[in-house]
Design a binder for this molecule. Structure first.
Ligand SMILES: Cc1cc2nc3c(=O)[nH]c(=O)nc-3n(C[C@H](O)[C@H](O)[C@H](O)COP(=O)(O)OP(=O)(O)OC[C@H]3O[C@@H](n4cnc5c(N)ncnc54)[C@H](O)[C@@H]3O)c2cc1C
Ligand code: SF4
Length: 324
């Protein structure tokens, strides 16, 4: 690692002030499970001169229900989300998604804010600079073509890729998109609240260099809705999703009354499979309708040279989620 300053913020305002003073040369650090690996491998476009530790900000780790929804402080550890009776009872896919992240050690350290803001896992981007030099990458501001397009793109996007074809690696983001969650972002000019699905863009996320995510807000789903989170990985323990599907589906007397289905690891952001949702609404759920909806979920998919298999996996998971 290179040397850097390490400042511990005691308030959100202080963290923002420290970020602002460093003018883009500082990074926030929460659990450090993503960031420290990046610093060791020197993969960031520019090495940060300072880390702003936010674990020292009190009262930013909480899980509570207020005015018809769940509020989670950004510093809440993934383990606390997994084991929360409130989350398990009413927002179960968030507990399942958090449980699917990494290992117990990572869930004990990793925070929900860090999970949502974690960097891409594209292996060209993550190729350690010290063992092969820096690989041309649009996400690092390079001008050349993205090497994943003609290279090994087996884990890359099948939808929504433009300049960059990396997928959003966050499992909790997929569950939160299905639940219709929003996130509160605070910066020098005040705060703003955006849907989790709008947080990601083709080259990263929506955060300015002096902003911090402080809270995740989740509307309470209908008690009659069935929730499911399915994640396909190559290895069972400790692996990122090849594809994941989170669903919240309300069926009454065999008829689907409402549906929210989010696809993870297929695009730069988790995306709602709105065509599939429309296909099953007001219909009796059976094998044929689930299969048609699964086809609709991948309408417009444009797989790269090595990842057409992800289209098939997406269809299978969507069908399973609907039939469950
Ligand atoms: C071996 C391994 C396996 C993993 N498997 C999975 C997996 O299966 N699924 C999955 O989803 N993730 C996985 N991860 C990623 C892991 O979930 C993240 O590393 C973790 O959740 C990040 O949380 P953190 O608090 O440690 O973040 P940090 O490492 O501290 O920060 C990560 C990034 O987020 C920024 N950040 C942190 N908090 C905030 C905030 N409040 N506001 C704004 N920016 C912030 C930091 O500046 C940094 O850029 C894995 C990681 C490892 C190392
Ligand atoms: S897919 Fe994105 S992160 Fe990966 S090399 Fe291409 S531009 Fe860089």
């Amino acid at each position: 690692m290179k040397d850097f300053n390490h400042d511990s913020a005691r308030t959100v305002d202080e963290a923002i002030e420290l970020l602002k003073n460093n003018q883009g040369r500082a990074k926030l650090i929460a659990g450090g499970t993503d960031l420290l690996g990046e610093l060791k491998d020197k993969v960031l476009p520019t090495y940060p001169e300072a880390l702003v530790n936010i674990k020292t900000i009190p009262d930013m780790d909480y899980i509570k229900e207020e005015s018809g929804g769940l509020k989670i402080g950004a510093l809440t550890k993934l383990r606390e989300i997994v084991t929360s009776p409130l989350v398990q009872e009413s927002y179960n896919i968030l507990a399942l998604a958090a449980h699917s992240v990494g290992s117990p050690q990572i869930r004990n350290m990793g925070t929900i804010g860090g999970n949502l803001c974690q960097d891409t896992r594209c292996w060209y981007y993550r190729y350690p600079h010290q063992i092969g030099g820096r690989i041309v990458c649009r996400r690092k501001g390079d001008r050349g073509p993205c090497l994943a397009v003609k290279g090994d793109n087996r884990y890359h996007a099948i939808m929504g890729g433009k300049k960059c074809f990396a997928v959003c690696p966050s499992d909790t983001a997929t569950a939160l998109v299905a639940l219709g969650a929003t996130m509160k972002i605070v910066g020098p000019g005040g705060d703003r609240t955006i849907p989790v699905g709008n947080f990601y863009n083709p080259l990263g996320n929506d955060l300015c260099v002096d902003e911090i995510v402080t809270e995740i807000q989740v509307p309470r789903p209908s008690v009659k809705a069935k929730q499911n989170f399915l994640k396909f990985t190559l290895r069972k323990p400790i692996d990122f999703a090849i594809v994941s599907v989170a669903s919240v589906i309300r069926v009454e007397a065999g008829v689907c009354r409402d549906a929210s289905i989010a696809l993870g690891a297929v695009a730069p952001a988790p995306i709602r499979a709105t065509a599939a949702e429309e296909m099953i609404k007001e219909k009796i759920i059976d094998d044929a309708i689930a299969e048609s909806a699964a086809e609709m979920a991948v309408t417009g998919a444009k797989p790269l040279s090595m990842n057409a298999y992800k289209v098939e996996i997406t269809k299978t998971l969507v069908k399973r989620a609907i039939l469950s």
